[in-house]
Design a protein around this ligand. Structure first.
Ligand code: ADP
Length: 216
């Protein structure tokens, strides 16, 4: 099974991908996570991508497609893939077709998480990671009742992803509208797009996605 989760920043793609990984043993291929790991490790790709990401703009198609290709090569051919944050441009959609063909895979579903843009800025600027251990997570949006204490190490010191400021979020949304939303028709023509209400509760979004996966 190969699926794309498509939706603007903050739509909940990562949250849903994590749940699918847990429930179905699928693998999440998030170009954003791969790029952040590259930035942290200061690899040549990371050094090139850092400033672009901090501005909220898109990294080059060649770089991200190469990351996806390498990841698919490294994973077992029978493990399902959830593409999260990729493809983001028409060129990437085209590359993905080629890459999937090369690995003997076929796209089963494109799940569009439909969301209200005004809610997204709040969602994104409300998420933090622990500044001390880097592992724990605090999300004011998902758990407003929980005070900002790291669930892993107890620290109360949190930081934001460097591109989660309001100004950069607006740039990321504009990039989504201009470059990513226009790839939907490519998949609509193939009849594989399913729209899910991303404003529903997390569990309800998951149920809706599960229904899509269970359909032929
Ligand atoms: N497929 C991609 N093509 C180009 N740039 C990407 C891609 N995936 C991630 N990036 C870069 O990484 C940043 C963070 O992406 P991601 O983690 O998917 O976050 P979000 O969906 O919240 O914007 C993007 O703003 C962009 O700079």
């Amino acid at each position: 099974m190969n699926i794309i989760l498509l939706g603007p920043p903050g739509a909940g793609k990562g949250t849903q991908a994590n749940l699918l990984v847990e429930h179905h043993g699928m693998r999440q291929l998030s170009t954003g996570d791969m790029l952040r790991a590259a930035v942290k490790a200061e690899t040549p790709v990371g050094l090139q991508a850092k400033a672009v990401m901090e501005r909220g703009e898109l990294v080059s198609d060649e770089i991200v497609s190469a990351l996806i290709d390498a990841e698919l090569l490294a994973m077992g051919e029978h493990v399902g893939a959830i593409f999260d944050g990729y493809p983001r441009t028409a060129a990437q959609a085209h590359s993905l077709d080629e890459i999937l063909g090369k690995h003997g895979r076929e796209l089963d579903h494109v799940i569009e998480l439909a969301v209200d843009e005004d809610a997204l800025v709040d969602r994104i600027t409300g998420r933090f990671t622990c500044a001390k251990c880097g592992e724990g997570y605090h999300d004011r949006y998902k758990q407003p009742e929980v005070a900002g204490v790291c669930d892993k190490c107890g620290s109360t010191d949190f930081k934001r992803r460097p591109d989660d400021t309001e100004e950069t979020v607006r740039t990321r949304m504009a990039e989504y509208r201009a470059k990513t939303a226009p790839i939907l028709p490519i998949y609509e023509e193939r009849g594989i797009v399913q729209r899910v209400d991303g404003m529903a509760a997390i569990g309800d979004v998951t149920s809706a996605i599960e229904k899509v996966l269970a359909s032929a």
